[in-house]
Design a binder for this molecule. Sequence first.
Ligand code: S3P
Length: 435
Amino acid sequence: MSVRIICPGRGLRGEVTVPGDKSISHRSVMLGSIAMGTTEITNFLKGADCLATIQCFRKMGIEIEQKREVTLVRGKGLGGLSAPVETLDMGNSGTTTRLLSGLLAGQNFTSVLSGDASLNSRPMGRVMTPLNQMGAQIYSLKGNNCAPLKIEPGTIHGIHYQSPVASAQVKSAILLAGLYADGETFVTEPALSRNHTELMLGGFGARVTSAVHEDGSATAGICPCRQLYGQKIHVPGDISSAAYFIAAGLLVPDSELLIRNVGTNATRAGFLKVCEAMGADITYLNCRGTKDGGEPTADILVRSGMLHGTTVEGSLIPTLIDEIPMIAVMAACAGGRTIIRDAAELKVKETNRIHTVTENLRAMGADVSPTGDGMIIEGGRPLRGAKIQSYLDHRIAMAFSIAGLAAEGETVIGDSQCAEVSYPEFFETLETIQK
Ligand code: S3P
């Protein structure tokens, strides 16, 4: 529908303040809705995914007021949601769908969850299996383990679930159901995924445990809960959104950019480690540590320069999973080979990102070979402008806009409006640093 033309860039300058973190914004509304009293959220991300979460809770009787600076969620407590009269619309949001599956599993009413074509083709068996083991009654209406999902009232029991994937959505769904269980709930994942749910549940008054084991696997636990209490939450800038501007500053010749107030939680900051491994000129300023269950933040100063290839694998993968399209573009511009492996999860994101990244990088002239769990990129061939298909995947649209800035000739981004899923002001901000 909407097409953006990106011309080669040079000498990017300026400061960028990225919008609030998507994962934390979702969770602040979810936890605020089932807490007693008002939760006051500042820097809430008004992207389409998080607005879908707000709409869902409104349909379950929660009053949510969105002012310019603050979002107020008038929570009604753990048992305070009411039955929605219509299907809950998840839009494009996997996070809304999977986390709400866990939360709704413990309610005494029936609900139906459905979304757009991409969402309704993504795997939901990964949450249905553990939740149904806990006693939930979740059915895939088409019998294909995808949404639409019907959730009927069930009696929830504590379990210890060994998750085959390191997924914060799976872990969070189980922990949210665990709030309503009759015993303690644990989930062990093969590597630690983002831990916002654990941190925030603790902040709202739940008893949560977490441990990383010697082999790198990690266990989170939750005790059944009587009540959560409304909080004040300041959402840090989203590192996944910052990644585009960090990459722009590194790749576009003669650039220097300052990206302010970026969340640097170690379970999310793998992208920064990869930048460093590629030889990036990157400086952290105003580092602010965690306080009261909060999240660390920093301002990030980047200067352009030559990057070199690296290997991205293992327990690093869950800490940068959403940044792999951007990393792949950086790798194509870098000298030498980059190997991305252990990232089969890319296949079940908003698109199959092994496929959509490979297709688009090849269109720009890069040497990239897809593998079963990632890709191998032989960097150093100059990128040339091309017609990019976003496939309605916000991260593809944004990563390849930055590729366009670093390429020779004009790049056309198809269906660029999909950026609004996580970063509505992306293209406006991109213009400000080119002046
Ligand atoms: C998210 C977890 C990740 C990530 C997604 C947001 C979250 O998904 O890709 O964009 O907020 O919990 P998985 O849990 O499927 O890896």
